[in-house]
Write a protein that binds this ligand. Structure first.
Ligand SMILES: [Fe+2]
Length: 125
């Protein structure tokens, strides 16, 4: 799968959150650079925890009406990430898994930013 690249259409209209989304793209792309999958997922977990919580706090502060649904998407992603980290710990990582993890992350992030994150952009003005 191609390297994920930031695109201006990904902007949610908030510089700080855009910067964090760029950071997520960088971390996800590391999976294609041969870095160990467990290491990449550990780093992603730390980053995602900080980013999701911050995004949720900002949305809470503006009474974003779809916050509950948005939080559920974050939680579902975190469950997937934990299950993937678990699989790595039990030594199940093979080449195919690296590819499917990388592909899932890229698809999830772009869809999440373009649909769910974009949906709150008007509320942060
Ligand atoms: Fe989000």
């Amino acid at each position: 799968m191609d390297t994920l690249k930031w695109h201006d259409s990904y902007s949610v209209g908030d510089d700080h959150l855009d910067e964090q989304h760029r950071g997520l793209i960088l971390l996800i792309n590391r999976l294609d650079s041969g870095v160990s999958v467990p290491t990449a997922l550990d780093e992603l977990q730390i980053y995602v925890d900080e980013h999701f919580r911050e995004e949720e706090r900002m949305l809470e502060a503006v009474d974003y009406p779809d916050l509950a649904a948005h939080k559920r998407q974050h939680a579902a992603f975190e469950e997937w990430l934990e299950a993937s980290r678990q699989a790595c710990r039990s030594g199940e990582v093979v080449g195919l898994l690296r590819e499917s993890i990388s592909s899932y992350l890229k698809t999830w992030l772009v869809n999440h930013i373009l649909v769910s994150d974009k949906a709150y952009s008007d509320y942060l003005d």
